[in-house]
Design a protein around this ligand. Structure first.
Ligand code: UTP
Length: 501
């Protein structure tokens, strides 16, 4: 069964009332709930969110109460002074060391180890023990696309969306390894319904709906810079998803982890919605993860410059962790080793492998992932009920990040990947990490795979691609896949737009 329900545990009490409940009972129940919320809010100086109460319909009151009752005050009471009214102190240890990284290409003496890992990875895939997981609950505010980011057309030729590409990757790997690969997609309340409707409209991309698990993460209220709840409407709080770190709990709470276990899955290949180059079923990483006894893997890219805005994968007192670029002291970022090479060169690509047992273990603990403070523009209703769209950031959202569980993992694998092959995120509307750079990188990778297969290609005088070529995952998921289908590739000349599918 595909999981297409919200999983934040909230109950619509009004709709769940027994039929025989009279209007009076309903009103009484709402009044009772109101009084409890009012007292909780008043004691916290948050009663302004009830200012439109008298003018609300029964449905609107019920919706507002549902949201207020779901506010996790036990967590927020502590965070308001430290993370909302103030910028939290981030203590970056002064004795960080670079993490030990498995190189992308093995040195000669490690060839056999890597070859064995590829075999192990392939066996794991063939055994049906690997699931894919896409985190797609974010709001994609930097891109500014109206809709779930997965519906963003991303290919340089054709209008294939990010979801199209990932679905094709799953289908292609299922074919190659003659197995079933469950695909988990984490959404949030902001985009769940649209995502489900999209998958349905695409007939689940030809995948079996029974093997696709859509589930939602938890939402948290946004606050103004003085720590007061923000209203998005007269009867609704401004809510935001609780960060990709919410995926750990959501996997468990939604029942998705249990479903994966029931399918025989032991390993989750995790990636973000914005990386069209990702290779979730690449056997080397899966194999090394298994052979090294890793509980969680992180794939890293060598940084393009010292201050690149990626997390730095480091070692802190023997545990591997990611330090965000904003918290990474410049002295570390610019430091060099004896050979003049960048000392801290492992950039977080946000591609991970998780053991199912590890997710279960950490989700069951009282461990609380640290919250990060993000200051963003959040539209709100003012004191007379008018919607205001601010031009400057006015609100704090709290998020947890999935990489913060890395220090809890035993034997975490840190594996370098080739950026040109696997990493080109679409974050911004223009400039770096945008659609333009993703197009450039998709075409460059298609060219590389074709060249490796011996296909003749047109080049410009500057040795850049003179045709726009897009290899869809339905055609091939790697260079080896292209080599098997060379006979199907048409002659490509300068100026062509070629879609291989
Ligand atoms: P980003 O950090 O790029 O955030 O998320 P975003 O919300 O997509 O975009 P901006 O910052 O508003 O521009 C990285 C990945 O984590 C997912 C996103 O969907 C993306 O795949 N994510 C982020 C979630 O699934 N849930 C969240 O609460 C936040």
């Amino acid at each position: 069964m595909c999981g297409v329900g919200l999983s934040d545990g909230r109950v619509d009490r009004l709709h769940s009332l027994p039929k025989e409940c009279s209007v009076l009972d309903t009103t009484q129940l709402i009044d009772d709930r109101f009084r409890v919320c009012q007292s909780q809010l008043t004691s916290r100086g948050q009663a302004h969110v009830l200012r439109f109460w008298d003018d609300l319909s029964t449905q609107e009151r019920s919706k507002l109460l549902d949201e207020l009752e779901a506010v996790p005050w036990d967590v927020l009471d502590e965070l308001i002074p430290t993370h909302i009214e103030n910028q939290p102190e981030v203590a970056t240890p002064s004795d960080l060391t670079p993490a030990t990284v498995f190189p992308c290409e093995p040195p000669t003496e490690r060839m056999a180890e890597y070859e064995r890992a590829v075999e192990v990875g392939e066996e794991k895939l063939r055994a049906g023990q690997v699931a894919a997981m896409t985190v797609a609950g974010g709001q994609g505010s930097r891109l500014g696309f109206d809709g779930p980011k997965g519906m963003y057309p991303v290919t340089p030729v054709g209008s294939y969306t990010l979801f199209d590409l990932f679905a094709q990757m799953v289908a292609a790997a299922q074919l190659r390894y003659e197995t079933t690969i469950p695909w988990c997609v984490m959404t949030s309340e902001t985009n769940h319904a649209q995502t489900v409707a999209y998958f349905e409209s695409k007939d689940w991309f030809g995948l079996s709906p029974d093997d696709v698990f859509l589930f939602s993460q938890q939402m948290l209220p946004a606050f103004d810079l003085n720590g007061r709840l923000i209203m998005a409407s007269r009867f609704g709080l401004a809510l935001a998803p609780n960060g990709h770190g919410g995926s750990i709990k959501a996997l468990v709470d939604s029942g998705t982890l249990a479903k994966l276990r029931a399918c025989g899955v032991t390993l989750i290949s995790y990636f973000q919605i914005d990386n069209p180059l990702v290779k979730p079923f690449e056997p080397l990483g899966i194999g090394l993860h298994v052979t090294t006894g890793s509980e969680m893997a992180i794939k890293v890219v060598p940084k393009v410059d010292d201050l690149e805005r990626v997390g730095n994968v480091c070692c802190d007192q023997g545990r591997v962790r990611v330090v965000e670029y904003s918290d990474f002291p410049e002295a570390f970022a610019t430091s060099r080793d004896a050979d003049g090479k960048r000392r801290f060169d492992a950039g977080n690509s946000a591609i991970h492998l998780f053991n199912v047992d590890f997710v279960d273990r950490i989700a069951g603990r009282t461990f609380q992932m640290p919250y990060r403070r993000a200051v963003k523009v959040v539209p709100y209703v003012d004191s007379v009920g008018e919607v205001v769209v601010p031009t400057e950031p006015n609100a704090v959202k709290l998020e947890t990040f999935v990489f913060d569980v890395l220090p809890l993992a035993n034997n975490p694998l840190v594996l370098e990947i080739d950026r040109c092959e696997e990493f080109s995120p679409v974050k911004n509307a223009s400039g770096s990490d945008s659609l333009a750079t993703a197009h450039r990188d998709l075409i460059a990778r298609s060219y590389r795979w074709l060249a490796l297969a011996g296909v003749t290609l047109p080049w410009t005088a500057d040795h850049t691609p003179a045709a726009e070529v897009m290899i869809l995952p339905s055609f091939a998921i790697d260079a080896a896949g292209v080599s098997n289908r060379v006979a199907e590739i048409p002659a490509i000349v300068a100026g062509d737009q070629v879609l291989l599918k």
